[in-house]
Design a protein. Structure first.
Length: 202
């Protein structure tokens, strides 16, 4: 199983005064000169939490029959998972009962029965148990495992770390621009944050 390290990336636009004058028209009296610099930072951390969708399917001649069969199958799956995954980390994420039709040119559409699908989402805080969770689900009656995704638990902490680094990067860029123009960097006028998309975690 390949897992990419989550990248928490931010892009900041920082405005400071005064501005460099080279190759720019002079500012109007009502608009003090500014330097606009962008800073970027990415913090990469190995994933430490995963979510997976576990589903069971069952068929029946009537909707309630299919639904009950699916409920019984999911009960067996959950009984197997609860010693591995804490109960609060298991939640129902989908429940559907749909008719199944059979079609032939001679008879046209004919109701064949009903299909019930019961799905739960499991949060796995210990990635060493992830394979065990999936294997236990399948051996206890799950018909599919989908939607596997990874993340980091302390995402907010790492995002703030990236923000601090981006501010420092933007400040250093603004200082370099000011020095190149023979000017001294003034106070920060405005900081604007732009979040960058993280790569998918697989």
């Amino acid at each position: 199983m390949l897992r990419r390290r989550p990248g928490l990336a931010v892009l900041l636009t920082l405005c400071c005064g005064p501005a460099a004058q080279a190759q720019t028209p002079p500012p109007s009296p009502n608009e003090p000169p500014v330097i606009v610099a962008q800073g970027e930072a990415t913090v990469r951390q190995p994933p430490d939490v995963a979510w997976v969708q576990i589903a069971v399917e069952a068929r029946g001649a009537r909707p309630e029959e299919a639904r009950q069969k699916a409920a019984d199958a999911m009960t067996a799956v959950l009984a197997t998972l609860k010693p591995i995954v804490p109960a609060p980390n298991l939640r129902t994420s989908g429940l559907a009962v749909t008719p199944e039709m059979d079609y032939t040119p001679a008879t046209g559409a004919r109701l064949k029965g009903y299909l019930a699908r019961n799905q739960v989402e499991a949060r796995v805080d210990n990635l060493e148990l992830l394979s065990k969770v999936m294997d236990a689900s399948l051996t206890s009656g799950a018909t599919s495992i989908t939607g596997l995704r990874f993340d980091v638990k302390a995402r907010s902490q790492h995002e703030r770390e990236a923000l601090r680094s981006a501010v420092q990067d933007a400040t250093e860029r603004a200082q370099a621009i000011a020095a190149g123009a023979g000017r001294t960097l003034g106070p920060i006028v405005r900081i604007q944050e732009q979040r960058l998309s993280s790569a998918p975690y697989r």
